[in-house]
Design a protein around this ligand. Structure first.
Ligand code: SF4
Ligand code: F3S
Ligand code: FES
Length: 256
């Protein structure tokens, strides 16, 4: 087993402010950034705050920015950096710092609560739901989400514009709206809920200009932009600008 000394720079502080601190720590073959942060915590900075749970890329807790890029610390191998390179670890930039590498991600939970749940179809009992395989697979891709919020952190709509947070749900939750809107058994429309209208009017779909940064950082390789955001935009445009679709929706709504 080879060992070398790595240079780390870790942001330390709280909501009042903070600064980058330098550390040097040994690295062994196969280790990831989270291993080194834990080693520094164990040996040099015992009060260093860092959130993690699974160390397997599945709980979404260890999100941070490594050399400026939103990443899961437990899935970022030290071998991707040069041995001479300083590895800089900072908290997620789009969310308020609690302490050190821990941020307050409650923005995301608030956005999640704003999206009405799946509405079961009337007259179809449990075990009687039938869907085409292509529809099952679409939902399954979106449901790989581990809620790490790296996509939420990287999207420029809120990353550099705190003022947009009220009007923008972010890619993770627009993807949720898309999933439900494309779900063949969701009966929201019959219940008087227009998911496409809410995507535009309440969740800020129009603020997304398809930069795809969200897709690039997703550790689950979910094609957020291509498979959720762009199709949702197309469905909203169909509803809004096709006069026949618009008329049909008005008549349908009047019947309800
Ligand atoms: Fe994380 Fe991907 Fe889910 Fe966004 S969509 S929260 S990047 S797993
Ligand atoms: Fe943001 Fe992703 Fe759209 S990064 S602008 S939500 S494509
Ligand atoms: Fe669970 Fe990193 S510790 S995803």
């Amino acid at each position: 087993m080879t060992e070398y000394q790595a240079r780390f720079r870790i942001w330390r502080g709280d909501a009042e402010g903070g600064a980058l601190r330098d550390f040097t720590a040994p690295v062994h073959d196969g280790e990831v950034v989270l291993d080194i942060v834990h080693r520094i915590q164990a040996t040099q900075a015992t009060d260093l705050a860092v959130r993690w749970n699974c160390k397997a890329g599945k709980c979404g807790s260890c999100s941070a920015e490594v050399n400026g890029r939103p990443r899961l610390m437990c899935m970022t191998r030290m071998s991707v950096f040069g041995r001479e390179e300083t590895v800089t670890v900072t908290p997620l930039r789009a969310f308020p710092v609690v302490r050190d590498l821990v941020t307050d991600v409650s923005f995301n939970y608030a956005k999640a609560r704003e999206i009405p749940a799946f509405v079961p179809p009337r007259g179809v009992g449990p075990g009687e739901y039938r869907m085409r395989q292509v529809d099952v697979e679409r939902s399954q891709e979106f449901r790989k989400c581990i809620e790490c919020f790296l996509c939420q952190d990287t999207c420029h709509v809120v990353r550099d514009h705190e003022e947009n947070k009220g009007a923008f749900a972010g890619p993770r939750f627009l993807m949720r709206v898309a999933e439900l809107d494309m779900h063949p058994l969701d009966a929201a429309a019959e219940a008087g809920l227009d998911r496409r209208a809410t995507a535009r009017e309440e969740h800020g779909l129009g603020l997304c200009n398809i930069t795809k940064c969200c897709t690039e950082v997703c550790p689950e390789s979910i094609r957020i932009t291509d498979n959720a955001l762009i199709p949702l935009k197309e469905r909203v445009a169909d509803r809004r600008y096709d006069p026949l679709v618009w008329l049909g929706s008005r008549i349908g709504r009047r019947r309800n």
